[in-house]
Design a protein. Structure first.
Length: 190
């Protein structure tokens, strides 16, 4: 068992196989189609993305000043680059799968242009908040973190300037995640 649970890729593979088995077993009750598969993937990637957003804001960022300087390298050199890999691709794949769900369900354009009513406009607001958040991840947070973590060449001044930029964008995403999540879970569009 230790060998199995010690292998992340194996656990993920078995988890995905178990999910497919559930889809097959309950196909009569909940038919499997493009929409249901992309909704499932959207939820998975969304949990990955927002979970890491919350980890960064609630755990890593507040804890870093308390970590002795000689131990910070373990975080910045090993943990943070991995976190930011899954963080940015979680954001990208959440956005892509969400747009696919909206397109397949037939409300994508109406939601994004706010030309619908009620729940369609609510999901549209959630979609726009997610788009802004994904933009922040890829074009503000990640470029700043590359400097902070030493993944790209940067002067000490550039690293110092990148830190508040990354923090503000990350805290903006934290702020936007709350209304975005409300929009997403409350719209209940088919």
């Amino acid at each position: 068992m230790a060998k199995f649970f010690g292998n992340l890729h194996l656990v993920l593979s078995v988890g995905f196989a178990a999910a497919i088995a559930v889809m097959i077993a309950f196909n009569a009750a909940a038919p499997v189609d493009t929409n249901s598969v992309f909704r499932w993937l959207h939820a998975f990637f969304g949990i990955l993305w927002i979970g890491l957003l919350y980890y960064l804001n609630f755990v890593q960022v507040p804890t870093m000043p308390k970590i002795p300087a000689e131990q910070k390298g373990a975080i910045t050199g090993h943990i943070a680059p991995k976190v930011f890999f899954f963080f940015r691709y979680g954001a990208l794949l959440t956005l892509i799968t969400g747009l696919v769900v909206a397109a397949v369900s037939g409300y994508g354009h109406t939601a994004l242009t706010f030309t619908g009513e009620g729940t369609v406009n609510m999901i549209g607001l959630g979609m726009w908040l997610a788009i802004i958040m994904a933009f922040n991840v890829w074009f503000i947070i990640w470029p700043a973190q590359q400097k902070i973590l030493g993944l790209v060449e940067a002067t000490a001044e550039a690293k110092a300037a990148a830190a508040p930029r990354a923090l503000f964008a990350s805290r903006t995403n934290l702020l936007l995640s709350l209304p975005m999540l409300y929009c997403m879970v409350s719209a209940n569009l088919g």
